[in-house]
Write a new protein. Structure first.
Length: 94
C-alpha cells in the first residue's frame, strides 16, 4: 500500500482495561484486519493502541475492539495526526 494511503492512529482506552485480557483481545482482533502497530498498557491504567493502515481499516479495527471490550471501556481518545512509522506487524508490547 502506498505510504500516502497509510494512516497512523493512536487510541488510548480508559476504564477497566487492564487485567481483563484487553491487549490479547486487541491482538486477536488485529489478525482479522490489515493493520500493523502495537498495543500496550500505560502506567496510568489505560491501554494504548497504535495502528497503521488504510483509514477505513483503522476505523473498523477500533470499532471491533470497542464491540468486544465494550463493558470495560469508559472512554477513548483518538489521534490520527502522527506520521506512519512503517510497522511490519501488530504486536503486544510490555
Amino acid at each position: 500500500m502506498p505510504e500516502a494511503s497509510i494512516q497512523h492512529t493512536r487510541c488510548v482506552f480508559s476504564g477497566q482495561v487492564q487485567g481483563v485480557n484487553f491487549r490479547y483481545n486487541t491482538f486477536q482482533i488485529a489478525e482479522s484486519f490489515d493493520v500493523t502497530g502495537y498495543v500496550r498498557n500505560l502506567p496510568d491504567g489505560s491501554v494504548e493502541v497504535v495502528a497503521e493502515a488504510a483509514p477505513r481499516a483503522i476505523q473498523d479495527f477500533i470499532a471491533a475492539i470497542e464491540r468486544r471490550m465494550h463493558g470495560y471501556i469508559r472512554d477513548r481518545q483518538m489521534d490520527s495526526t502522527g506520521k506512519p512509522e512503517g510497522f511490519t506487524d501488530f504486536e503486544i508490547r510490555v
